[in-house]
Structures are given as C-alpha cells and as structure tokens.
Design a protein around this ligand. Structure first.
Ligand code: ADP
Length: 211
C-alpha cells in the first residue's frame, strides 16, 4: 500500500502517519524530517534548505523530488510506504505519479486558527521526529520524548510568524492537491479537529480494503 498524506502544518500528518506505519507495517517517509536531518548535518542540501524552511517556504521541487526518488527505491519501501509532506506542489504530484502508483491520498482537514494554536504549543523530538503538544498531547515526562528519551525542542519554524507563512504556503501551493487527487478518484478526506484515535480509526476503516 502506498499512501500520501496532505494537510496544513500541524494538522496531524506525522502523528497519524506513525500510527498507520505501525498498523500496516509500512515505511515512513517524512520529507520534513529528511530535510531537518540534512540541516543538522550541515550538508550542501541542508544549507540550501535551512533559511527556506525557517521562513515557511518550500524548497525547490527538483531538490525534493530527487530525494524522494532515491528514498522510495530502498528495500524497506518494497512492501509499501507513507509519504508525509510530499507531494506539496502539483509538479511534485505529477513526478510522483511517474515514479510509482499511489493507492490513496489522505487529506486531514483542519482550520487555520487551530493549526496556529497547535504550531506554537508544539514540541518535537530532534532525534526521532515525534511531536507533542504542551496542551493537548503532552509527553509523559515534560520535555522528554516518550519514544527515545531525547530532550524535546521547539522547531525553528514553529513560531507564530513562520506558522502563518507555512499556512499561506499550504493554501497557495499544496491545497490544490486535494482537487488533484479527488479528480484521480483516490482522495479520502478526514476531519482533523477530532480525537487522534478517532481520526486513525476513520482512516483505517477507509484503507481496510486496500491492506
Ligand atoms: P509541517 O509541519 O509544516 O507539515 P514538515 O516537517 O513536513 O512540516 O516540513 C517542514 C518544512 O520542510 C516545510 O515547511 C518546507 O520548507 C520543507 N519541505 C518539506 N517537504 C517539502 C516538499 N515536499 N517540498 C518542498 N519543501 C518541503
């Protein structure tokens, strides 16, 4: 099963992806996590991406397409994968379609005001990428990742200013993908304002037949 997840920043893509990966035993591919790793290693790509990411823009299509193209060739992707954060533009979606068949695009729909609240209260693990929310989804021990015990941080782009810019980028460049996948007949839309478990259940109910 090959899935893509679409949604505004902080809509819960990463959180849902991690549940689905566990349930269906799929490879998890987060382009945001991959780029953050490049930034922390200080690679040429990381240096190119750093300021773009901090300001809430998108890294150039050709860069991210090349990364994904390599990643999905790896062995762990053979029995399926979830793409979290890719595609984010129509060009990326078209290229992806040339690379591989996608079974379902899951759109987690949630309003901007709630996303801004979540962005500014979000804490992220710099090691495994798990994310928490100081108010609605705290880690078991304050400031420490439940999964790998690393100290949690606030991402550089999880400020109010960068959050607003990311939401604008989402509406301008990524939201058209909802129509794109609707036309292909593979879109599943889920309300992202509900309880995490209910959202996971709704997705699994939809995907059940594909698994
Ligand atoms: P979000 O919480 O906004 O979904 P991500 O962790 O998925 O954040 O991505 C963080 C940043 O990495 C994005 O704001 C963007 O700058 C960059 N990025 C990630 N995926 C892509 C992509 N497919 N195309 C272009 N830029 C990307």
């Amino acid at each position: 099963m090959r899935l893509v997840l679409i949604g505004a920043p902080a809509a819960g893509k990463g959180t849902q992806a991690r549940k689905l990966v566990e349930y269906y035993k799929l490879a998890y591919i987060s382009t945001g996590d991959m780029l953050r790793e490049e930034v922390s290693k200080g690679t040429e790509l990381g240096n190119q991406a750093k300021s773009i990411m901090a300001s809430g823009g998108l890294v150039p299509d050709e860069l991210i397409i090349a990364i994904v193209q390599e990643r999905i060739k790896q062995d762990d992707c053979k029995s399926g994968f979830i793409l979290d954060g890719f595609p984010r533009t129509e060009v990326q979606a078209e290229k992806l379609e040339e690379m591989v068949h996608i079974d379902k695009a899951i759109y987690i729909n949630a309003p901007d005001e709630l996303m801004l609240q979540r962005i500014t209260a979000r804490e992220t693990c710099p090691k495994c990428g798990a994310s928490y929310n100081k108010i609605s989804l705290p880690s078991k021990v304050a400031g420490i990742c439940d999964v790998c015990q690393e100290g949690l941080i606030q991402r550089k782009d999880d400020t109010l200013e960068a959050g607003k810019a990311r939401l604008k980028t989402f509406h301008d460049q990524s939201e058209p993908l909802v129509e794109y996948y609707k036309k292909k007949g593979i879109l599943f839309e889920v309300d992202g304002t509900g309880q995490l478990e209910d959202i996971t259940k709704a997705i699994i109910q939809e995907l059940g037949a594909l698994a």
